[in-house]
Design a protein around this ligand. Structure first.
Ligand code: BJW
Length: 250
């Protein structure tokens, strides 16, 4: 991680009035949650995504999909946010005309860290709904069935967004509004390969925003950025937010 690059990125953010931050699986990597597409700990290494993260996969083998999510829920429930999550919650508290954090992560960690101007655009693994009717299921029924069933008889599923499914309407509307009006976008820890979120940085650029990326690897988004911070979320984000605080104070 290069100090000059952090200072450059911080100067842009310190001068911003309408900031959008987007995060992906890399944001939570240093909490011990595997990302989706990187070996050797990649979540899908031993599975076909079409079997796990599609409505068709759930219909084919609901028990297998339920168990995969249950195991991930168990892992996630044991971890805590890292300093980068807390720093983004602090960033939100600075003086903005508009601020929104859009996360693709379903792990709830931004909420736990205190972010509240937050859109969980791919859902939340701790929420449930029924497969057939989208009824919210606030408490899982006490049952041995795998997956359990909603009162309407339909199997229960995690309230997350699978491939081929629409993203939540309210979240997408908030995201669109913030992106089209933002002057700066900070993109953290995403491979930039899953749509529609993958096109958010390009939409921001088209709207005239400056784009900054934090990622240890270059991605399809890197070419759109004014500053690319080659570093991890756990190290770079606290340094960046601290530098923004200093610049705003001074
Ligand atoms: C670090 C780090 C550290 C490591 N610090 N960084 C346009 C073109 C082509 C296809 C489509 C299109 N529009 C829609 C589609 C279809 C599809 C899609 O995008 N397909 C692509 C594969 C091509 N999209 C959809 O179906 C979406 N729905 C939709 O568009 O509805 C309308 C529609 C329907 C039908 C047809 C057309 C339109 C829904 C997408 C839902 C995605 N769901 C998942 C699963 C969620 C539940 C779960 O968690 O199980 O969301 S898939 C998975 O990928 C998950 C993630 O949120 C998402 C993105 O992954 P992410 O976060 O980028 O993670 P990785 O692993 O890929 O990358 C990690 C990054 O971190 C890397 O860059 C590392 O370098 C970095 N990193 N350590 C910082 N310490």
């Amino acid at each position: 991680m290069n100090n000059q690059t952090i200072e450059h990125a911080a100067a842009i953010i310190a001068g911003a009035r309408r900031l959008v931050v987007t995060t992906g699986a890399g944001m939570s990597r240093e909490c011990g949650i595997p990302t989706f597409r990187e070996a050797p700990s990649a979540l899908w290494e031993n599975y076909d995504p079409a079997d796990l993260a599609t409505p068709e996969g759930f219909q084919k083998d609901p028990a297998m999909v339920w168990k995969w999510y249950a195991a991930r829920r168990e892992t996630i429930a044991k971890v805590a946010p890292h300093p980068g999550h807390f720093s983004l919650a602090e960033l939100e508290q600075m003086d903005w005309d508009d601020y929104l954090l859009i996360t693709q992560n379903i792990d709830n960690l931004h909420r736990v860290a205190g972010s509240s101007a937050l859109v969980e655009i791919h859902g939340n693994i701790f929420l449930f709904k029924c497969f057939d009717n989208n009824h919210p299921v606030p408490t899982l029924p006490d049952s041995d069935e795998v997956p359990p069933r909603c009162e309407c008889g339909s199997p229960v599923r995690p309230d997350v967004v699978w491939f081929g499914e629409m993203l939540p309407y309210d979240g997408l509307r908030r995201a669109d509004a913030a992106i089209s009006a933002c002057d700066t976008m900070l993109v953290v820890g995403t491979s930039g390969t899953v749509y529609p979120v993958a096109e958010f940085p390009a939409l921001a650029r088209t709207a005239g925003a400056r784009v900054i990326e934090v990622n240890p690897e270059r991605t399809p988004i890197t070419g759109l950025t004014e500053v690319y911070v080659e570093g991890t979320a756990g190290e770079a984000i606290p340094a960046l937010v601290e530098a923004v605080r200093r610049k705003r104070a001074g």
